[in-house]
Design a protein around this ligand. Sequence first.
Ligand code: ADP
Length: 498
Amino acid sequence: MEGSGLYRLLVDSVLDYAIFALDPTGHILSWNAGAQRLKGYRPEEIIGKHFTIFYPPEDVARGKTTIELEIATRDGRVEDEGWRVRKDGSRFWANVVITALRDSDGTLVGFAKVTRDLTERRSAEEALRLSEERFRTLVQGVKDYAIFMLDPQGRVASWNEGAKRIKGYEAGEIIGRHFSAFYPAADVAAGKLKMELDVAIREGKYEEEGWRVRKDGSCFWANVLITALRDSGGRLVGFAKVTRDLTERKAAQEREVADARRIAEIETASRTKSEFLAAMSHELRTPINATLGYADLLEMEIAGPVTEQQQEYLKRIRGSQQHLLRIVNDLLNYSRIEAGQVEYEITPVSLHTAVEAVLAMVEPLALAKGIVLKHGPCPEGIMARADLGKTEQIVLNLLSNAVKFTPAGGRVTAGCGTVDGTPCVTVSDTGPGIPPEHQHSIFQPFVQLGRSLTSGHEGTGLGLAISRDLARAMGGEITLRSEPGEGATFTVTLPPDR
Ligand code: ADP
């Protein structure tokens, strides 16, 4: 009696299970706290009612309640999961066990019914199912990655859009086949596949970049990640494989390497050329100077009298030699700069002094050609940090060009100043100017505009290229402003001496 009293107390106080008894015809005999909590009825409301009240009408109509009692009677117990109805009409997903109760004679005295609310478990399962479904759809739709599963033996078990796109197989053609289909024959022969799976099993994953084979036999460069999949018990259930086609990326990388190599080759070739030019022009100067010297000796009649006609020829020889020497000197200069063989002695340079010195050098030339050489404004205090000799060389180049290209009666002006605090020298002329489309190219080596055999202008087309290289090497620049027919103005800027 004690025991059964305790037992009743236990059942009554259980909150998580509805535990109650039915008579042999299905009428409710008892009601515990869990039953009240789960179904909403108080004992006095429900005791004596038929248990069909807990079932959705469609189940009752199908005779489900009758069948359940019949099975319990026959087998001793019946278990079921399904929808049940609360007092307020709401439904919950329940696990129900009905046990037949018999007395010592074996006579059926009723049924014990234990009901558990599985709504939460069910919604959690539903949520899991939905999220798995969504995940599958997501993986399925990925186009840039081949994502698929292998069974533990390495046979393809699933296939997504990306796999189809990258490898060329339809799902139906490849599922069930061994993943060796994706590898070059040599890899298969070398046992590479087993090695990959072994690493994945041992370390959880295997990653590499390598060649893989498409359905049509063509190869692609792939990034491959194989992950071992295990169930909650740690048993291997298969592998997930993610493959990315890197062919494009690899090709781009190779292009970059090839470009870098080509640039290096071009640079080497250019340096070799400059070094060759420097060496050659240096060598040329010696015989040129020697021929000049012998022409001088002839002119001085040291070896005997020279006729007037011969004197005239000697003058021409000397003129041509001097021209040749200038060209060779230009070449030497330019190639030395290009080959990086020029040294700069950077000191404070007074631009006024430099401009005055160069104007004095060009004066005879301008005078001979009938050109007015003007000293433009050039304040004395303007100081640049530069190499004095190189600065004078630049200004001399610009002034000689101005005099050379400006017709008789024209005007050439040189001055200095500052632009935004940067020291500069300007050289302007009233010559033909430079058409806009050539204002860039005249700074390139060997470019001479309107050059013809009869143009009469001497030069190599190196003056401006040399001048700009020198200016840039000292941290400066040469710019040009010119309207065709309105003359040209060249400006050399140099770093200030602070
Ligand atoms: P070069 O004087 O030996 O021809 P440069 O490099 O000094 O070579 O000049 C390149 C070309 O730029 C010249 O051939 C000429 O056509 C043009 N040029 C340079 N300075 C002037 C100028 N002041 N006026 C017109 N054209 C010029």
